[in-house]
Each structure stands twice: as structure tokens, then as C-alpha cells.
Design a protein. Structure first.
Lengths: 376, 306
């Protein structure tokens, strides 16, 4: 059965491809948790699956670990079809959400557990356990029980435990969700450093877009069991392909309008919410007159006292609200059409110019390269 | 003012909630036991009550007399010692059998679909809805030489003459295991149902086959449930009277029967009281040691965390 499957053929041209999901589907009763997901992860890449709860990202991870059988589709790891292997035969290890450390075992026994199952010699287990604990700076805690450790310490033990078998693929299930917000960012960077030091391919699941942006080399945005966009954090943030992605990753201003000019190098869109047309310097292959949305990130919008030059990409309004965020100020400008536009103005430019205050009449403007047309 | 506050805290909700069970235990457990303890140091006397008082007014002086006849007899007569050993053995074998049968059952119920679970639990509890005496009588009917079991086996042709189970130790074991099995299953079930399934997934993920994951994760983590169930079976089984009386043979030695005989057949209250006190001691000392150990285990992590 396994021989008839075109295993080799399934491999694409990418020589670095290491993990490949091929039309993976998971159906529970009459609900489709994952519908036809295909993606590939490169060797030593940190790949993030990003989505809100119930989007199917955890189910996908559980299928990779082997806890949930796939309804259909295949999973390949390093050229091998692992779809039908039970979890204890897969060269895949997982760091669980809230860690799932064995409460009746010491830190040392927890970390050693994986090697013990393989029948590794006792002396070697000892060496490798301390090597792993050193890596996560927990060697001094080897005799403690999990309930004697803080959340951050537990996380490091869980990491050591999931790395000890040198898995081909490491799965991280919401690794930061059990930590306080203050130590999250620091921990994220530390975790990435350790993973890069070890050189392991990682699949990270998170609902926190900041976490995915901080940690991942590439990410995939999931909703309703499907991947809607996949790319580097920068690409996905700068060029979202849908309204969902644009508003899920960071915040954005959305305008709806119709295409009036569509050239290979630019489009012009007229929106009832803006007095002037929107001029975007990339083409879309959509019919004229089609209703589309345009996304402009708050940090791309300038707030000016004088009317900008040109006859596009600006609007007139009044400052409705100013929120001082420390390194920047978030302006809410109410346009003449009634539409609210958010602009984040860096503290530096606020200090230099005479900053508009609440109720002041202002103009908002953006450059031709700042807007992205979203066909859906 | 502070005294008033202390007085108020004494009558606070917590104290009021704890007081009734304490009062209940003191009145109906501690007090009767002290009475039995007192009687165990008296001597046999004809009359009502059938034992001598410990304190007596004799010639204007209070005389205090302790009789150790009961205890002396207890430790000199090999029958009593053999009975104690036999009771503990029967209770221990019963506990082990309950564990062997009850663990898979509790595990199966805890792992079953939540919708089926309550039905299965009901099945475990259902026998309690009829009287224990009736259920033991039913076993008499099943195990008797001309009972249901022998009829069935003869009819099937498995045996050619009736098995003699009724009035043997085997019948006592069957009756005890049957009667006490739910007491093992219920606390163990309560423990197993709480087991975090992610721990098992973590074990599989790290390469443990299901059977090894069970031995290394489920079994050690369910030990408190096993111990609770074992105590609930072992303690009452040591002093069980009804089952050995109705199913056991003449040479089934159990404490409960000896106590009954001393109280009601020999009317030797001091002897019966001594038998009871030694049995309580026999059960209390290991239990107390066990409890102390448990408390130490519980406190250790708390101390370490500071």
C-alpha cells in the first residue's frame, strides 16, 4: 500500500523542503476542523500557524504529533510518509501548552523520560539530560518537582524534555500562553536563540500575532480550517491578501470602493468614504468597477495641518481622539464623510512639529506605495 | 473587644460547619469506644451489667481494679492469635482481589464516553439499593451444593458432581470481594477520571507505548485512589461478621464471629471488649503510620517551593 504512493513525486523542487502537508483534512462527525491544508516547511525553519481559537491550528498540530488521525491527506517528514505512524514512533516531539510535565517525577526524570523509552544506556541518559538542562539553564533544578518551579522554569524543563530525543520536528503549542505578559517577549527571544543553537525544524501554533511575528521565519494565517495566507511576517504584514488577514495581523484602516483605472503598474479606486481617489502603485487583475477593499496601516498615514499636494491619497477631517502610547501617539481622525481613520504618529515627529490637538482640523495623507488592494 | 472577636470567630460559619460531624463522631464513635475500652479491663460477673466496675467505693475508700484477664487470654490462647492472622489474611486477599478486578473496571469507566459513564457508575452503585443481607442470601442460593451455580455447571457438563463452595473460605472470599468491590472502584474512579490526558499524550509523544505509559504515568498517579480504595475494603473486611457467618464454614476464623460469640454466646463482655480493642489497635497503628507518611509527602513540595 505504502509502495504504490508516489512518495518521491510528492517532493517539490525546493531542496530545503523538510515537512510537507498534502491536502490534509480532519473531520469530526459533521464539523470540518481542517479542510485541505497543504504547506511545506523548510529545514531548520521556525514556522508559525497563526489563528484565533477554533480555527483548526491545534488540530493540525495534533495530527502532526500523531494524536489525531488524519481523515485524508498525507504528512511527509524528511522524505518519509509519517501519516499512519503512532505518536510513539514519530521523530516528532511536542512542547505542550501548559507543558504537561509529569507531576510525580523530578525535573531530571521528566527530561530523561524520552531516552528511557528508547532503552538508552543509563550513563548516556545522565550525560544527555544534563546537557539539555544546561542548554535551558536549569541544571541546578534537576531534583525539583514540577510544582516547585515557576511557570518560566517549567517551560524550560518542557523545552529540554522535548529536545532531548533530537526530534526532526519540534511542535510548540501556544508556548507562551501560560506565562505572564511581562516575561513573554524576553522568553520569546530566548526560545528562538535556543532553537537556533540546536538547529531544529519547528512548527509553532499561536493565536498571538506578535508572538508569531517575533519568533517565526515564516507564518501561515489560518481561519475556518484553511490557510488564507502564508509568507514571511514582513510579507504578510505588508501585503495581506484579504480583509481578514489585514485586520488579524496588526490593525489597519479599510476603505471600500470601486476600481476606476486598472493599469499594470497602478490602480485608481474611488471610495464613497474619501473625497479624493485612492492611487495605489500596484496593479490588480480584476475587472473595472469591481468592489474591492483597500488597507492602509496606521503607521503609513501622516497627519498634516496643511493641505497635501496632488489630487489623490489624502482626506480632510478633524482630530477625534489622541491616545498617547509612549513611543507613538495614536490619532483618530474623523473624516468629512464620517469615516474614522487611525494614524500612529511617532513621538519623534510629534516633538519636531506643532502637533495637532483634539478637535483641530487636519489632513490625512499617505504615499502611493502605502496602500494594498484586497480583492476579498 | 479582642476577646469578643475571638468569641465571634468561634461561632463563625467555619466552626459551625465543622462542629456537627465532630460532635457526631465524639458521641457515636469515641464515647462507645471508650466504654468498650473500659469494659475490656473489667472481669466477668453474673448480673446486669455482666462485668465488674473499675471504680468502687469500698470501706470509705475508692478502689480501682484493673483486670487483664481478657488480654492475658488473648495472647496466650493460640486460637485468638490464629483468628487475628486469619482475619488479616482474608481481608488482605480480598483487597488484592478487589484491586485486580476493580482497577480495570474503574479505568474502563473513567475512560468511557461521558454519556455512558453515568450509566456504568450507576451499575456499580445499584447493588447498594438492596439490603446487604439479601444480597449475601442470594450468594447462598447461588453457591449451595444444590444451588444455581452447580445446577448450571452440571447441566453444561463441565462437572459431574457438585462443587463444594458453600461453607468454605472460597465462598467467604467470593462474598467479600462482591460486597466490597464498589468501595474500591468508587474512590479509584474519582482519581482516574481527573487524570490529565495530556500527560499520557506527552508520554506517547516521548516514545512510550500505551502499556508503558500506563505503567509509568497512570499507575503511579492513581496510587492515592488505589490506597483509598484498599483502605475502604481492608478495614471493614477485617471485622466483617455477616459474610463469614453466612457463607463460611466452621473453620473460617474471623474476628467478627469471635466477637459475636464472646458477646452473645458466652456473655463474656470483658473478653469481647478486649478482642475489639486489640483489633482496633491492630488497624489503627499501621493506618496512623501511613497517614503520617502521606502528610509528610504532601508537605514536602510546599516547603521546597519557598
Amino acid at each position: 500500500m505504502a509502495d504504490s504512493r508516489p512518495t518521491q513525486q510528492a517532493w517539490s523542487q525546493d531542496p530545503d523542503e523538510f515537512v510537507r502537508l498534502d491536502n490534509l483534512v480532519k473531520i469530526y462527525g459533521d464539523t470540518v476542523a481542517v479542510q485541505s491544508v497543504s504547506l511545506s516547511v523548510r529545514r531548520n525553519e521556525l514556522f508559525a500557524l497563526l489563528g484565533s481559537s477554533g480555527c483548526g491550528k491545534s488540530t493540525l498540530l495534533r495530527m502532526l504529533a500523531g494524536f489525531e488521525p488524519a481523515t485524508s491527506g498525507r504528512i511527509y517528514l524528511d522524505g518519509e510518509d509519517i501519516t499512519d505512524l503512532p505518536p510513539y514512533r514519530r521523530p516528532v516531539n511536542m512542547m505542550f501548552q501548559s507543558y504537561a510535565l509529569f507531576p510525580h517525577m523530578t525535573v531530571q526524570a521528566n527530561v530523561a523520560f524520552g531516552l528511557k523509552q528508547e532503552g538508552v544506556a543509563r550513563a548516556e541518559i545522565q550525560d544527555r539530560v544534563f546537557e539539555a538542562l544546561d542548554l535551558v539553564q536549569m541544571a541546578g533544578f534537576s531534583r525539583r518537582r514540577p510544582n516547585q518551579l515557576s511557570g518560566g522554569q517549567q517551560q524550560r524543563v518542557a523545552l529540554a524534555r522535548s529536545l532531548i530525543k533530537r526530534p526532526k520536528l519540534l511542535l510548540l503549542d501556544e508556548p507562551m500562553s501560560a506565562l505572564d505578559k511581562q516575561i513573554r517577549q524576553k522568553t520569546q527571544i530566548e526560545l528562538v536563540k535556543i532553537l537556533e543553537q540546536v538547529g531544529v525544524t519547528c512548527m509553532l501554533v499561536t493565536h498571538d500575532q506578535e508572538e508569531a511575528m517575533t519568533m517565526a521565519h515564516r507564518l501561515a494565517v489560518m481561519t475556518e480550517g484553511q490557510i488564507v495566507q502564508c509568507g514571511t511576517p514582513h510579507d504578510v504584514y505588508s501585503f495581506p491578501n484579504s480583509r481578514f488577514v489585514a485586520s488579524f495581523i496588526g490593525s489597519t484602516n479599510l476603505f471600500s470602493g470601486a476600481i476606476v483605472v486598472d493599469e499594470p503598474d497602478h490602480v485608481v479606486i474611488e471610495s464613497p468614504e474619501l473625497a479624493r481617489p485612492l492611487y495605489v502603485d500596484h496593479g490588480v487583475s480584476e475587472p473595472l468597477g469591481m468592489e474591492v477593499h483597500v488597507s492602509i496601516r496606521p503607521e503609513r498615514i501622516r497627519v498634516l495641518r496643511e493641505q497635501p499636494e496632488g489630487d489623490s491619497n489624502w482626506a480632510h477631517g478633524a482630530v477625534g481622539h489622541v491616545a498617547w502610547m509612549g513611543s507613538y501617539a495614536l490619532y483618530q481622525v474623523k473624516l468629512d464623510s464620517g469615516q474614522a481613520v487611525h494614524a500612529s504618529v511617532p513621538a519623534l515627529s510629534l516633538a519636531q512639529s506643532d502637533a495637532p490637538a483634539l478637535g483641530d482640523e487636519v489632513y490625512v495623507a499617505w504615499s502611493r506605495g502605502s496602500a494594498t488592494v484586497l480583492p476579498s | 473587644m479582642r476577646r469578643l472577636e475571638r468569641l465571634r470567630s468561634l461561632f463563625s460559619g467555619r466552626a459551625l460547619a465543622i462542629a456537627p460531624p465532630f460532635f457526631w463522631l465524639a458521641l457515636f464513635l469515641l464515647l462507645p469506644f471508650l466504654m468498650v475500652f473500659k469494659i475490656s479491663f473489667a472481669d466477668l460477673k453474673f448480673g446486669i451489667p455482666p462485668y465488674t466496675p473499675l471504680l468502687e467505693l469500698k470501706d470509705q475508700a475508692v478502689a480501682f481494679t484493673l483486670h487483664l484477664r481478657g488480654y492475658a487470654l488473648l495472647f496466650s490462647d493460640s486460637l485468638y492469635i490464629a483468628t487475628y492472622l486469619s482475619s488479616v489474611k482474608i481481608a488482605a486477599v480480598t483487597t488484592v482481589c478487589c484491586a485486580l478486578i476493580g482497577y480495570p473496571m474503574a479505568y474502563g469507566i473513567a475512560r468511557s464516553d461521558p454519556r455512558v459513564r453515568n450509566v456504568l457508575l450507576l451499575g456499580v452503585i445499584l447493588p447498594f439499593w438492596t439490603s446487604m443481607l439479601l444480597r449475601v442470601y442470594a450468594w447462598v442460593g447461588i453457591l449451595r451444593n444444590d444451588g444455581l451455580l452447580n445446577h448450571l455447571l452440571l447441566w453444561l457438563g463441565v462437572i459431574h458432581k457438585p462443587l463444594e463452595i458453600y461453607r468454605t473460605d472460597l465462598a467467604v472470599y467470593i462474598g467479600l470481594v462482591y460486597a466490597y468491590l464498589p468501595f474500591f472502584i468508587l474512590p479509584l474512579y474519582a482519581n482516574l477520571v481527573k487524570l490529565d490526558e495530556r500527560l499520557l499524550e506527552a508520554a506517547y509523544d516521548l516514545g512510550a507505548r500505551p502499556w508503558r505509559a500506563f505503567l509509568q504515568i497512570t499507575l503511579p498517579l492513581s496510587m492515592p485512589g488505589v490506597v483509598a480504595g484498599a483502605m475502604l475494603v481492608f478495614i471493614p473486611a477485617v471485622g466483617e461478621y455477616v459474610i463469614p457467618e453466612m457463607l463460611g464454614g466452621a473453620n473460617t476464623l474471623m474476628m467478627g464471629r469471635v466477637m459475636w460469640n464472646e458477646f452473645f454466646n458466652n456473655a463474656d463482655w470483658p473478653m469481647a471488649a478486649a478482642v475489639t480493642c486489640v483489633m482496633v489497635l491492630l488497624l489503627l497503628v499501621p493506618l496512623a503510620l501511613f497517614q503520617i507518611n502521606e502528610i509528610k509527602q504532601l508537605e514536602r513540595p510546599r516547603r521546597g517551593a519557598r
